[in-house]
Design a protein around this ligand. Sequence first.
Ligand SMILES: [Zn+2]
Length: 388
Amino acid sequence: MIGSLVRSFLRHQASSNFYPLSRHFHTSDKRGNLPAILFTLIKPLSKIASYLLGRGARRAWKKLPETKQRNFLQFAKANRGKFLLTGALSAGGLFYLYESHIQVCPITGRKKCVILTPDQARRIGEANFQDIINDVQESIVPEIDPVYHQIASVANRILSANRDLRQIYDKACTLTVVDSPVVNAFVLPSGNIFVFTGLLEACDSMDEVSVVLAHEIAHVVLGHVEEKLTRTSFLQMIMLVPMSLLWVLIPYDGVAFITTWFFDTVTNIMLELPFSRFQETEADEVGLIMAAKACFDVREAPAFWAKLALKDGNTDEDPDADKALELISTHPANETRQENLEEKLESAIQIRRECGCKSLDPTRDPMKKVEEKRQSIENRKKRYDYNL
Ligand SMILES: [Zn+2]
């Protein structure tokens, strides 16, 4: 059930005293000890709070006799300085909280705000892990299965080649392979990687599997989930004020509900989804380097996304649907991922050389394979149109 091979690699490395497991890179003692569950529930809690506060205030206001409403307005006018000061202090406090938790990512050099402690992230991940395991229990590929062995050996090769990144030892990485046609793989903040066999069927070689696994491991070492939960928490705290105000100012519940939903959707499209796509791109790029260090054929990375783009274009009615839907998607379009990885390919091949990997076969071009596939699909389509 749990990837003991991946785990045993970590134990082995830890016992070599190269980078002991206890050395966490999140060492800031400034972070609070808020219950971990709060970070996952903050979104629904904030929605309920804005509804209760805003709607409650509106209804209470309506019930007040006119004289009391007048008195309240006079009181608010007389004390507006104090109200403004309270607002400014709250905003300042939030800003301080954000600033005091900024750290520099040792891998990318990018500044990021992370409030969750590694222990909180681990607890969130472990709770999710148990839920997911319960859901997929019947479909888990056993560790003795050759498919599991192959994937675990790719994961171990990536982990082993990247042991210079001490972030690898922050999490006890595990691997769970689920027998399902879903073309997906994901990772939890505790380092538990899930791979669905549907995704493996989309891969023609272990080099392609390395693209997927290196991407997931990159999410782990970059602490993406912790960063995303922190960002969502801040956004929800900021959004609480305008959302509550909407419930106060809009006199009809139905209209207020639709307006807050619209406001929430726009915020999601403008702020949350672009950040999610940014993290995916970052994991693609760092994953490419990790796979290069493990001597995989990194030319397969852009070719893999080109192949998936081709598959989507072939099955969708609109061949550009994937690209068109990118704006409302958590992940970049397959084509965008391909183009981005193509740009980084030369430097990844250089890293591969510096790591002393065997030279890549110049006569073998993974993109050629995709081009041939594209050509055969187009020819088939032409024949089909002709027959019509
Ligand atoms: Zn991802």
